[in-house]
Design a protein around this ligand. Sequence first.
Ligand SMILES: [Zn+2]
Length: 334
Amino acid sequence: MSGLSIVKEGTGVVIKYGDVILGLDVGHPGSTTLLSHGHFDHLGRIQMAREVITTQGTLDVFRARGGRVKWQTTIAEYNETMFHESAMITPIDAGHVLGSAMFLIEFNDGMRLLYTGDFNNVDSIVHKAASAVDADVLVTEATYGTPEWEFPERAQTHSRIIAKAEEELSAGRIPRFKAYSLGKAQEAIALLQDNGFTVMTGNGTIDAVSRAYTKHGNELNFVPTNKSTVRRLTTEDVVIVSSSPGHMRRRLVKLLGSLITRDLESKTVDYDLSGWTLTDQGRKGFPLSAHADFPGLLQFAKNVDPKIAYCFTSNASSLSEHLSSEGISSVPLE
Ligand SMILES: [Zn+2]
């Protein structure tokens, strides 16, 4: 592994080994970028990349969110190895959002490096859990890399969300679940539709991304908020999934006027769907996460069994310390 350079750069990392230079979730001028998924915090300087290797799902999501592709794209399929210069690259389902991929990079001397991007090693309704593969070098996210982040069983969180939706509707209120427009919103729609609720979406981005999910085999049934549907908010029992209640409010004012909107808002109760609600008592909601929790991060690294791990994202130092104390030599990338 001597000769491996791995440097944090903007929203990702740049690796150099032998004649191979790759940007991982960041554009590096004149080089190829491996794009793990379509969240904005992984797209820094992406327009500077000469070539982007990613999945069709990520490309569809990028476009659904208004992104313009200005680079040469190479579409990669899960578990299919492709050659890139002197390396072999295999995308592996990361279980985080539609199209999300970890990348296994095998160099010509046999060294194997696994870059996780963001990942979840628990099944959700619309994503399959990430599985570990052996690697000499692990570059892992560390979002929930401190011990207090241990999420309850997902099925339990799902049940609590359903119970809350029923409770609010039977009290004459409108439950509104706030979720990221890519990933969590689609899981919320799937969960609610599967349990018989009529789901209205509050934001056009959720609609566009959800159509991409449907294209990739996750049939999502929802009612977009528009001129012809908006009255259903006043006449039917509906549950809302929204990534931005403020944006939705402005839309309702345009469609219904401020008086009716104010009345609807007074009946609406907001709940966050986010891992961060687990410890933040000020945030009302449910800890539905698209990331591995702390035990999940540790277990994943143990399963990869690397000679060295590099950790990135906010809790990199903490996860590094814990991995080192578990016998996995680790370095935070900061
Ligand atoms: Zn992400």
